[in-house]
Design a protein around this ligand. Structure first.
Ligand code: SF4
Length: 411
């Protein structure tokens, strides 16, 4: 019996597929070269854009032909769909999304939530010297355009020592670089409660720190030790409560000292980019000097509508701080053009920000409606497609192909 995995979407999905591969090998299956050669095809899906979702429907539909041939020859052929589309289907209490995907993919035999694979399996690595290391899954930020909190659920951090143990093993096996992965790596640990000896996962930080009958602000009674450092909860304005601060600097510090040639992390959020994190990056030369810091928009009103908890000025301040402290630092970013109600003036503010920062590269997207998100529920996708396209092309030429820059209405 053979299996073949097709992965759509981000590095997190690539990393998940490495563990899916391990699960199928544990069941005694071997990898197939292609769809035709396989008995099980696993499709790890992405929902970040409508186009990614449509590609999955197209693929499963096409695989129906192979399935029919195989069945005519009495051969087993199962199509297993997993990843973000299944994540949202199992979280949608109405059951509508599950009905929709069942109807759109009648050839699929199984819809498998990625949580069934878990973090315990040793991944079958797809690269020889570089490894993806997931440190958390899900997100609590609920940016109004983003489907991730619905596809992957709330943020769950992996225990600190598990991550460190995996990295130590990788180093022993001769891996020279690692990328620490999460939807929002620098909020890593906000759901972890640290004990003196080990780390336990809890989901009730509010109960622990927020004493509602007291003053408007909670009292802090507890602090924790992690590898000799004292951690105290901090008040997080945009969450309206205390939580354990970014443990990511400690994790990054602990991984950096293991001696990898290069350590990357992906993806970061500007509002969790602490001074401590900047210090740790500055301290270790083996931490990448290219930081991916998604800005999404350079306009304060758009950022507010997106539920992004920073202003253009605050974003620039983080970047300037890092440029000052870390020689040679470069930035890449994510930008969405044509978000609900984005005016020409608001777009020009994004252009101004781009010109000020000088990004090395940007992952640009035209806004598209995503199920269950706040933008879909309460906002209007009212920027015409041709305007979105024109704005996308303008930024693409400005950031990713600066030599091709042509004058445009947006200038
Ligand atoms: S931080 Fe925002 S954009 Fe990133 S995964 Fe979370 S909700 Fe989505």
């Amino acid at each position: 019996m053979k299996y073949f995995i097709k992965t759509f979407g981000c590095q997190q999905n690539v990393s998940d597929s490495e563990r899916i591969s391990s699960a199928f090998r544990n069941r005694g299956l071997t990898p197939a070269k292609n769809y035709q050669d396989a008995n099980y095809v696993i499709i790890n899906t992405c929902m970040v854009r409508e186009s990614a979702e449509n590609r999955v429907y197209g693929l499963v539909n096409n695989l129906g032909k192979i399935k029919k041939q195989k069945q005519e020859n009495n051969q087993l052929y199962k199509i297993v769909v997993t990843g973000c589309m299944v994540g949202i289907a199992f979280r949608d209490k109405s059951g509508d999304f599950l009905k929709k995907i069942r109807k759109s993919m009648p050839n699929a035999d199984e819809f498998m939530p990625i949580e069934e694979v878990g973090f315990d399996l040793e991944p079958i690595r797809t690269e020889e010297k570089h490894a993806w290391v997931p440190i958390s899954n899900g997100c609590n930020n609920f940016c109004t355009f983003c489907v991730v909190p619905f596809t992957r659920g709330r943020e769950v951090s992996r225990p600190f020592m598990d991550i460190l143990g995996e990295c130590e093993e990788l180093k022993k096996k001769g891996f020279t670089s690692v990328t620490l992965l999460g939807q929002n790596v620098n909020s890593y640990g906000s759901d972890l409660l640290l004990g003196e000896k080990n780390i336990q996962t809890v989901r009730d930080l509010d109960k622990t720190y927020f004493q509602k009958k007291d003053l408007a602000l909670p009292r802090i009674k507890i602090s924790y030790n992690i590898r000799g450092k004292k951690i105290e909860p901090v008040y997080v304005k945009h969450l309206g409560r205390y939580r354990i601060p970014t443990l990511f600097p400690y994790l990054l510090d602990s991984v950096a000292v293991l001696g990898f040639q290069k350590i990357d992390f992906f993806s970061s959020n500007p509002w969790d980019f602490s001074d401590e994190l900047i210090e740790i990056i500055a301290k270790h030369q083996n931490i990448s000097r290219t930081i991916h810091l998604p800005v999404q928009s350079g306009d304060n009103n758009v950022l507010k509508r997106m539920n992004r908890w920073y202003t253009q000025k605050e974003y620039v301040m983080i970047v300037e701080k890092m440029k000052k402290k870390i020689p040679g630092i470069k930035f890449t970013t994510d930008i969405i053009v044509g978000f609900c109600g984005e005016t020409e003036k608001e777009f020009k503010n994004t252009v101004k920000l781009v010109e000020r920062i000088g990004f090395e590269k940007a992952y640009l997207a035209m806004y598209s409606v995503r199920p269950m998100t706040a933008a879909t529920k309460v906002m209007n996708d009212n920027v015409p497609h041709d305007v979105k396209k024109q704005r996308w092309e303008f930024l693409e030429n400005l950031i990713n192909k600066p030599n091709l820059r042509t004058p445009s209405k947006t200038n």
